[in-house]
Write a protein that binds this ligand. Structure first.
Ligand code: BDR
Ligand code: CA
Length: 315
């Protein structure tokens, strides 16, 4: 049976690729896409998600707008990474369908409560929507199988020396999620900085056939410019790791550990404090992902994009 998931995202170049990977895979069933303010404002991330699905010819998955700001802080966005639209690079037509009349919170509640089997949540942006869901409907926790998220790191940040962007934008939400008791897979910078795609592989994607692959190559061209200026050899495909871990966990190496969220440190605000040596003795609630078979992961991406070209993705 396919694993039912909800993608909660802030597209975002790597979010868009994560969405396309999830929607193409026969092991996953995307029951809803919810969006959140993060890489860009919530108005832009909603439109971006709808544009990506429309371009890929997917009209059966509801897309709902979520939180426009973090639980208690002002929203910080990342136009330097993702551009003014949040998805700069390819020319994407306007969406071919309307957003769900439900809010992200209402749609998640509906999908989870109506499901016969537990749902897996895949957040690839700030955790605001997920925290709001857990606050509003704590009884639904038992129907959430796992949260496979992109965020945090055991060592070092990318937004501050200590904090990764998704957690830094809304640490109070992250704290609620990490203390929820729901099993968590944390694809943080430890693994995503190893999940890089190189220019030669972007060219292979462009040449592999199909308009979705060409669009992904154009997204990656834009994404690569920022990362090359930052000194990376390739571009880290952060968000697709959270999806790939569900499809092919054998590509990854992780350790089950306790993780706390820093919400008030002078230098460490927004950090995920990973108890690598088991010093706190607290419950090990997080599978912290540290390593990846990079080539196997890139092959999974190429195979996913091939499914669009061959008409194998449900519209
Ligand atoms: C995360 O921040 C965003 O810019 C990316 O989409 C990813 O989710 C990486 O720190
Ligand atoms: Ca993201």
């Amino acid at each position: 049976m396919k694993k039912p998931i909800i993608m909660d995202c802030d597209p975002g170049h790597d979010d868009a690729i994560a969405l396309l990977m999830a929607l193409a895979n026969e092991r996953l069933e995307v029951r809803a896409v919810t969006t959140v303010g993060g890489n860009q404002t919530s108005a832009k991330t909603l439109i971006n998600a709808m544009k990506v699905l429309s371009f890929a010819g997917i009209h059966h998955v509801p897309v709902a707008a979520g939180a426009s700001k973090p639980l208690v802080r002002d929203l910080e966005i990342a136009p330097e990474v993702h551009g003014d639209s949040g998805l700069d690079g390819p020319e994407l037509p306007e969406p071919a369908f309307s957003a769900s009349p439900l809010s992200a919170l209402e749609l998640m509640e509906k999908v989870i409560s109506e499901s016969q089997v537990p749902i897996t949540l895949v957040p690839t942006g700030p955790l605001t929507n997920i925290a709001r869901l857990l606050i509003a409907a704590p009884h639904l926790k038992q129907k959430i199988e796992r949260i496979s998220l992109m965020g945090g790191s055991a060592v070092g940040g990318n937004w501050t020396p200590a904090a990764e962007f998704n957690i830094m934008v809304d640490p109070e939400a992250a704290e609620i999620v990490f203390e929820s008791g729901i099993p968590i897979t944390m694809c943080g910078l430890d693994v995503t900085h190893k999940a890089q795609i190189f220019n030669s592989e972007i060219e292979e994607i462009r040449q592999q056939g199909g308009k979705v692959a060409v669009m992904v190559a154009e997204l990656l061209d834009f994404f690569a410019k920022f990362h090359q200026e930052m000194g990376f050899e390739g571009s880290p495909l952060h968000d697709p790791c959270a999806v790939a871990w569900l499809i092919k966990p054998e590509l990854f190496i992780s350790q089950n550990l306790h993780v706390d969220i820093e919400t008030c440190g002078e230098y460490t605000d927004g950090a995920t404090v990973v108890d690598i040596h088991g010093i706190t003795g607290k419950e090990k609630q997080v599978d912290v992902v540290f390593d990846i078979d990079r080539e196997g992961f890139i092959q999974l991406l190429k195979d996913s994009l091939q499914c669009y070209h061959q008409g194998e993705v449900r519209s």
